[in-house]
Design a protein around this ligand. Structure first.
Ligand SMILES: [Zn+2]
Length: 278
């Protein structure tokens, strides 16, 4: 999981930057001037990353930050979701702007007006009798991620740091359910939710076990009030207001999706697909 996240950040970073220009070393050319930059070298590996990595058998204290984008504010949300198409297992989608990199475009069912070409092709493939096409259809289906923005307590330095994105992974999404049940409880009791910046409190996110089969997640309220200004006086200015933009979410229109699919899977029965899917 961590690997995936790291890969993602590198990929995203790369899309932001202009491609490195290759200047051919001409024979007898003048010696270049070497201006070594510590900051540029240090910036290549992201320490920590934006997504928080919850180590096995640890309990972390977290303050959950409510969403601050218009949709999140209007609906009172703390969770962000992204549905991404990663492409087939053995041929991840190549970034059209940089074929050395892969790309996972946002699903238009969630990030567009509802009609997603990749989903439509995936659904068509899944209904096929050919088991290889069926399997490919499964692989093309979108994968949904759900995460919230948090500040984390560093137990060594005894201080809060953030923002980080905490992903509720696994099939059961226990952290997601646990946090929602705390919100529901506060609502029924008419009390401030734990993530209220003025009257909130940190929650404990608990991870027991280390393997896929024995890992259990749970959430507990600490009961310790903690105004977020006390947690970090600059939390409001540091917080991510547009998570999709921060994560470089790439949303392609139907034509771009079509081109991406065709380039990745030229051997599909495109005549049948065009006739039945469009
Ligand atoms: Zn889709």
């Amino acid at each position: 999981m961590a690997k995936k996240v790291a890969k993602k950040t590198t990929r995203k970073k790369a899309t932001k930057k202009a491609p490195v220009k290759k200047t051919a070393a001409k024979a007898g050319a003048k010696r270049p001037s070497f201006k070594i930059s510590g900051a540029a070298n240090a910036g290549l590996v992201q320490t920590g990353g934006l997504f928080y990595k919850h180590e096995p058998n640890t309990t972390v204290m977290a303050c959950v930050i409510p969403r601050m984008d218009p949709e999140g504010l209007e609906n009172g949300l703390i969770w962000n979701t992204q549905s991404l198409h990663y492409g087939p297992d053995n041929a991840k989608f190549k970034n059209p702007d940089n074929p050395e990199r892969t790309i996972a475009p946002g699903c238009l069912q969630e990030h567009g007006d509802g009609d997603c070409y990749i989903c439509n092709v995936a659904d068509w493939l899944k209904q096929n009798d050919d088991f290889r096409l069926k399997a490919l259809g499964e692989q093309l289906a979108p994968s949904q991620q759900i995460f919230c923005q948090v500040w984390i307590f560093d137990q060594t330095k005894k201080e809060w740091y953030g923002p980080r994105l905490y992903k509720s992974g696994g099939c059961s999404k226990t952290i997601y359910k646990g946090i929602n049940s705390l919100l529901n409880m506060a609502e029924q009791m008419g009390s401030a939710p734990f993530c209220d910046p003025d009257n909130g409190q940190p929650i404990a996110l608990i991870r027991e076990g280390s393997t896929m089969n024995d890992t259990r997640y749970s959430v507990q309220q600490t009961g310790q009030p903690m105004p977020y200004d006390k947690m970090d006086p600059d939390w409001l200015s540091k917080a991510i207001t547009d998570v999709d933009a921060k994560l470089d979410l790439r949303v392609m229109d139907i034509n771009e999706q079509k081109q991406l699919l065709f380039q990745t899977l030229p051997d599909l029965p495109w005549e049948d697909i065009e006739r039945e899917v469009g």
